[in-house]
Design a protein around this ligand. Structure first.
Ligand code: SF4
Length: 270
């Protein structure tokens, strides 16, 4: 299988997209100029066939299911396809606050047979206006420790916040909300195809360059550092680094996957 250019040199991650169907049906950021690479043929692989690594290709790796498209879209097919693939390590991606991803495993975290919840990355802001989906409104399985049901369950591997340099106050609110729940937070800096969406006061923070496969207006390294330093000492991470968007230079997904698996050993609901 061809490698995602973002994952070149990264021996621990591999992409999968079980659904077929061209552009992602969701509309994330179109009204604010930061449409996702799931639109307009920007995804790095063909989208008219499922992207499914073989068991051999995924051996020893963690499969990132739905780096484009949403794992809650056509969810029955997504879960069934992953089950049949038989990969050992994988996590889902969604912008829908429904974290119920039961997977049958022959050997779970407690070395017994049965269902367990799979790790899932939750992108908490999206939609055409990049708005925050504040409530975990979907099904969240109950907590053995009695926590409120609208708090994120332990299989949320991390919360991804779509970030720019001028909406820092609302980003602060999201960061605070999830840190208070002890959920790992990763900032993903948005890229813009059209610079007219970048407010005048933020134009100095952006430059045009290639990101993965296409040219975008992207925040400069300095601008990213300025945003990230707001959260110094809190454990907040960013997707990539201020100098590189390559997974091999970041490895957050790998680290946070293993942390999530550990967390679920103690918090997993029956
Ligand atoms: S958080 Fe890091 S490892 Fe995960 S997708 Fe982003 S760059 Fe890759």
């Amino acid at each position: 299988m061809k490698e995602n250019p973002k994952q070149l040199g990264c021996k621990t991650l591999i992409d999968a997209v079980p659904q077929i169907g061209g552009d992602c049906p969701r509309d994330c950021g179109s009204k604010v100029g930061c449409e996702c690479y799931g639109k307009g043929g920007k995804f790095w692989a063909p989208t008219d066939v499922p992207l499914m690594p073989t068991w051999k290709e995924a051996e020893g790796k963690i499969v990132r299911v739905n780096s484009y498209y949403d794992s809650n879209d056509n969810k029955g097919l997504v879960i069934e396809t992953v089950r049949k693939a038989g990969w050992e390590h994988f996590f889902f991606n969604t912008c829908v606050p429904n974290f119920d991803f039961p997977i049958f495993v022959p050997r779970g975290p407690t070395a017994d047979f049965g269902y367990r919840q799979a790790p899932v990355v939750y992108t908490c802001n999206g939609g055409a206006w990049n708005e925050w989906n504040f409530q975990a409104s979907g099904y969240c399985y109950p907590y053995p420790d009695g926590r409120e049901p609208d708090r994120l369950p332990p299989n949320v591997m991390y919360v991804r916040i779509r970030t720019n340099t001028w909406m820092v106050r609302s980003q602060d609110a999201m960061v605070g909300h999830y840190l208070e729940q002890d959920v790992p937070v990763v900032l993903t800096f948005l890229c813009y195809t059209d610079a007219t969406y970048i407010p005048d006061e933020a134009k100095k923070d952006y430059g045009e360059s290639v990101h993965v496969t296409h040219r975008y207006w992207r925040p400069t390294s300095l601008a990213m550092i300025e945003v990230v330093r707001r959260y110094k000492g809190t454990g907040v991470r960013m997707c990539g680094t201020p100098w590189s968007s390559a997974c091999v230079d970041c490895l957050n997904c790998e680290l946070l996957y293993w942390q999530c698996m550990e967390r679920m050993k103690t918090c997993q609901s029956p």
